[in-house]
Ligand binder design. Sequence first.
Ligand SMILES: [Fe+2]
Length: 297
Amino acid sequence: MGQPLTEAQAAPASAPYKAFEVAPLAGALGAEISGVDLATLRDDVVWKEILRAFVEYSVLVFPGQKLEAADIMAVGSRFGPPSYYPFVVGMPEFPYIFEIIKEASETRNFGGAWHSDSSYLPSPPLGTLLYALETPSHGGDTLFTSTYAAYDALSEGMKKLVDPLVGVFSAELKYGGGRTHMHKSIGAMEIHDTDKAAEIGAEHPLVRTHLVSGRKALYLSRSHTVSIKGMSEEESKPILEYLIAHQVKPEFTCRVRWAPGTLTVWDNRCTQHNAVNDYHGQRRRMRRLTVGAQRPG
Ligand SMILES: [Fe+2]
């Protein structure tokens, strides 16, 4: 395999895609890619096109793949180095990959609120790969929203207000009753260190600029953003809640429907996602890898 391509090497987004079919999922973001076999893909030219599509669409869906854990690592390496998730035990031979499992007997799911992955870390992962192994007959979709589109739709006055603001982020899931409480009822996943979540946090701009596209995107969530720096939680809340509600308006979103063999890769810098918990009584099992730790700026 060749050297990982950096996104900065990708060509401008205006050129057509030659190596595969691209079917946009919605107006704001997301595209389904067909005509590539990721397990065997070694062609750097094709990978360059995939990275260009990643920057253009923010969420790429590859149905019908056959990926072992080693293949997921190889695909992930094209987007960035693996990033360690602090709260779930990884696979024995692939510690950066962990399985997201909801058993038929369970009612709580993992990731069932709008968020960008691990935004409480000083350098959160730029991308997430999620690969479906077992999916319910219906339901269990993932919603995505474009925080570019959400930022662009703000008034000039609101942009001026939020542009300089810095958010205080915490891993504690304070508004969900605490991470230990939130995770203890997800029985099929091996959780650890949730008692240390309150010690993990960071400060990030509420409006971040994407290093490749140069576009501005909102960067906050109810799950991870506790307050605005320099303001009390009480003062912060109306601004945060306005933006949190605004950024998930339907016209900014797309919906990914899974089947075994679907790999979705998303850009955490300019999207949020929400795992819809509407499939009680059926098992869902996925593998997740995050990549490319990058400090928001
Ligand atoms: Fe997530």
